[in-house]
Design a protein around this ligand. Structure first.
Ligand SMILES: [Zn+2]
Length: 151
């Protein structure tokens, strides 16, 4: 975790960074116990936070979805990545994970755009992606996640 990583307190929702957090000593049960402290929210003292690092999600022509700091320039086979959404890491991971299809068998552990892997043509794949993006973008609770509009 970088000192300037943007984070949000899970309790009071204060946006701050690791560098803003304050050290709070943990209560000791006995004097022989080692003294420890936690880094906590400067406003409410909560230990837990969301990682709000800006991230982007993209998909490949195969329908495979990936999330990272920036869209890769080009795949090994020369195909381009298509941006599907961007937003703070905690919210983007959760929403893409909830809305994408989870791969089975050989694709186990991977996230896929519904309808794209089985599309027979590039056009059908584009239609499936557009439908999925429209469905995702229509959701109300987004926590800062912005879904791309299909081209
Ligand atoms: Zn707080």
């Amino acid at each position: 975790m970088h000192l300037h990583t943007p984070i949000k307190c899970t309790r009071c929702r204060l946006m701050h960074t690791e560098a803003d957090r304050i050290s709070r000593p943990r209560p000791r049960r006995s004097t022989s116990e080692i003294s420890m402290s936690d880094m906590v929210c400067p406003r409410c003292g909560c230990k837990n936070y969301y990682d709000c690092t800006p991230q982007v999600a993209w998909c490949w022509a195969s329908g495979l979805i990936e999330i990272g700091d920036a869209i890769p320039a080009e795949s090994p086979d020369g195909g381009g990545a298509i941006e599907i959404a961007r937003g703070p890491r905690y919210a983007l991971d959760a929403q893409v994970g909830a809305l994408a299809r989870h791969g089975q068998g050989a694709s186990s552990g991977k996230l896929l755009v519904p309808g794209v892997p089985e599309a027979g043509t590039q056009e059908a794949a584009g239609d499936a992606l557009a439908r999925w993006l429209a469905w995702c973008g229509a959701r109300k609770s987004r926590d800062g996640v912005v879904w791309a509009r299909a081209a």
